[in-house]
Design a protein around this ligand. Structure first.
Ligand code: FAD
Ligand code: DXP
Length: 662
């Protein structure tokens, strides 16, 4: 049974959304690698839109809206489950020391006139036991806390009792994408499909998609109020500089948190814990005698601008809900409501526009979101002398859908390379004349400045050409993986920040240049996991093509005949089987020697061609490039038009009916 919605990640965000969607009538599955290994379990549970002093207006508003939902939301969850979330609108007190008093508050109001400011006498009255060093502070009565671990348990129980399918220990390894849609996820337990998918994998999000979400480690500890103190000594959250102290009603006190940019480095460290204890004891001295109950650490899902990533993605049936950084517990109810509105009713709250992933790509004017190439490519050719398109032809062509690879759209179905040209000018002219929008570049040759590869960055207009880094020269999967990563960096240097494409070549044999199927599959699996759009070069092997599709490759690129041989289509029958069965684009690559062979491959139903040697080694490469372009267009049109059936015998072209007889 497939679900309407498949949520990947079972932290506060994934679980809240699952409950919300289920309450709205959707069938929902949550897949989670490990429900316990989540930032949600590691947090302090503060609900602090005011104390956090959030600069960004939209984020401030989002946080306040979420905080306002908390009371009703937790009531509803508690009624559903009979369990307590520990929601406590206890307010947050932010004491300051001498020298820390700012002149104005967050709204620019002079401190002493701010409604949130409390002077020394008042602050000590609000909370006894603070160090005498505290000279005043801020009182945020709207802020509060929830016991995040209790909340996670309540959400889990609510989801379960409502009938959400909760699958723990299921790791999603890759999204399977086709033509701008997710068609399934590959997991350690097999492929799972749904109508709609939500990414809610917190700090691990960039393992599945090239999103700029990075872990920001926080260390924490918990002490307990000693038994000989009958009343709760602390009844408000204390929010100091680089320290917070969160008293729970169950007599635990959470002390947090460090903020470290150390990747996924695990463990508590003496330095981390020492800093926390020092600062906590300075603020609230009697803590020094409280028994320590637990140490732990967690990974906040941080984005470069510290705002979450919410809303649509490059695939129309994939929604993103990640990157909540320091405020994911606070933002859980509003995230669930807004994302459920979006999925169930296509209702788009305008606030979401501030959190769309595409903000990370806006700096580069020529490229839009993640995988969608926006450059306004001309219909067929960049050449002013182009023979194409004549009006009637464009009409027919316009009925065709464009080539889409990993969600990125291209008008041209011809890809070319940069090698073997007699001069860089010839290469430039040929690429222009070919009308291609994708040019493959051998990463290793660029790195070593091999002949013809010097100055490549300047030679082509990379705002119009999408670079396809290739791993030519790699004999093993390991080498290819390493070179692919270098290729991604190379694309970034050319301004293609979002280019995650790689043409995967694993070729151990220099004589026939035949790809190693096992090494290719191994490398493809790893690269897909790392978020690459993988275009593997393979022998025309239908079984291998299917396996590569299953592991999440963006295309398959079967060879027509050996690279650089110009022998033409020698693998027609197998290419035909590959095309018949593929749900990803099939790019016929290598060995095409003439335009008629290019057209023939397209007539078979190939989605695109990659041709290098036949162009570069011809007498007049720019002219041959244009001929190949025409052939690719002609072949595609012919494929769409549908070839006439083959007949054994002649059949007169002019009908005999109605002819004059004697
Ligand atoms: C020390 C610390 C203190 C914090 N304090 C607060 C606070 O006081 N208030 C507040 O609002 N926020 C706080 N936060 C932030 C908050 O915890 C996070 O923003 C929030 O938990 C993010 O929730 P999430 O569901 O997106 O991610 P997570 O809770 O991390 O959940 C993600 C889940 O996805 C799973 N997953 C990942 N990859 C895969 C995969 N490939 N396949 C399947 N499952 C996968 C993970 O195992 C995990 O269970 C704190 C965080 C830390 C670390
Ligand atoms: C440049 C490139 O990627 C080639 O390895 C590709 O396979 C094209 O082959 P031909 O040179 O035979 O067209």
């Amino acid at each position: 049974m497939t679900s309407d919605v498949l949520i990947i990640g079972g932290g506060a965000i994934g679980l809240s959304l699952s409950v919300e969607l289920k309450l709205r009538g959707a069938s929902v599955t949550v897949l989670c690698r490990d429900f316990q290994a989540a930032s949600t379990q590691a947090a302090a549970g503060m609900l602090a839109p005011d104390a956090e002093k959030i600069d960004n207006q939209a984020m401030g508003l989002l946080c306040r809206r979420s905080c306002a939902l908390y009371s009703d939301w937790t009531d509803k969850l508690e009624q559903l489950t009979g369990l307590n979330t520990g929601y406590w609108p206890c307010g947050i007190l932010a004491p300051v020391y001498q020298g820390q008093v700012e002149k104005v508050d967050a709204l620019g109001i002079p401190t002493h006139q701010s409604p949130y400011w409390r002077d020394q006498a008042a602050i000590h009255q609000y909370q006894s036991g603070l160090t005498a060093e505290v000279v005043g502070g801020w009182w945020y009565p709207e802020d509060g806390q929830v016991d995040n671990r209790a909340l996670a348990n309540v959400l889990w129980t609510a989801a379960q009792s409502l009938g959400v399918q909760l699958k723990d220990q299921v790791k999603v390894e890759a999204f399977l994408q086709q033509q701008g849609e997710v068609i399934g996820v590959r997991t350690n337990t097999g492929i799972i499909r749904a109508a709609h998918y939500v990414l809610a994998t917190g700090a691990w999000s960039s393992e599945l998609l090239p999103l700029p979400v990075r872990p920001r480690k926080g260390q924490m500890l918990r002490v307990g109020v000693p038994e000989f103190i009958p009343e709760l000594p602390l009844t408000r959250v204390l929010f100091g500089e680089n320290i917070y102290i969160v008293p729970r009603r169950n007599r635990s006190i959470i002390i947090g948190a460090t903020n470290e940019d150390v990747g996924f480095t695990p463990h508590n460290t003496p330095a981390g814990i020492q800093t926390l204890l020092q600062q906590a004891i300075r603020l609230y001295p009697q803590l020094q005698d409280y028994p320590i109950q637990e140490f732990w650490w967690g990974f906040r899902p941080a984005t470069p601008d510290e705002l979450p990533i919410l809303g649509g993605s490059h695939c129309q049936n994939l929604t993103l809900a990640t990157g909540h950084y320091r405020n994911g517990i606070l933002l859980a109810p509003i995230t669930a409501a807004l994302i459920a509105d979006l999925i169930c009713q296509q209702k788009y709250d305008p606030i979401l526009s501030n959190f769309h992933y595409s903000r990370f790509h806006r700096q580069s004017s020529t490229f839009t979101p993640m995988f969608t190439h926006s450059a306004n490519f001309s219909q067929v050719s960049h050449s002013p002398n182009s023979l194409l398109p004549i009006e009637d032809q464009t009409n027919y062509r316009s009925t065709d859908s464009p080539l889409v690879i990993a969600g990125k759209t291209f008008q041209s179905r011809l890809m070319t390379g940069t090698g073997k040209y007699r001069s860089i000018q010839e290469m430039q002219q040929s690429i222009l004349a070919s009308g291609c929008q994708i040019v493959t570049v051998a990463v290793r040759r660029v790195q070593t400045q091999a002949p013809g590869h010097e100055g490549l960055a300047q030679a082509l207009d990379w705002t119009k050409i999408w670079m396809l880094p290739n791993t030519a020269g790699c004999e093993t999967a390991e080498e290819a993986i390493r070179v692919a990563r270098l290729g991604r960096e190379m694309a970034k240097l050319l301004g293609q920040e979002d280019n995650n494409f790689v043409k995967l070549e694993v070729i151990p044999d220099p004589k026939y240049l035949l790809p190693d199927p096992i090494g290719t599959l191994q490398a493809a699996e790893q690269l897909v996991k790392e978020g690459f759009a993988v275009l593997p070069y393979i022998n025309a092997d239908p079984m291998l093509a299917k396996r590569l599709e299953d592991v999440g490759c963006a295309t398959v690129m079967p060879l027509a005949s050996p690279i650089g041989s110009g022998q033409g289509l020698k693998t027609t029958a197998n290419i035909q089987i590959i095309i018949e069965n593929a749900r990803i684009p099939v790019v016929v690559d290598a060995g095409i020697g003439s335009p008629s062979e290019a057209a023939q491959a397209m007539e078979l139903g190939a989605d695109a061609l990659l041709i290098n040697s036949a162009i570069a080694l011809s007498q007049t490469p720019p002219a041959m490039a244009q001929a190949m372009n025409l052939a690719a267009v002609a072949g595609r049109l012919a494929y769409l038009a549908g070839r006439m059936p083959l007949k054994t015998y002649a059949s007169a072209s002019s009908p005999l009916t109605g002819t004059i007889t004697n």
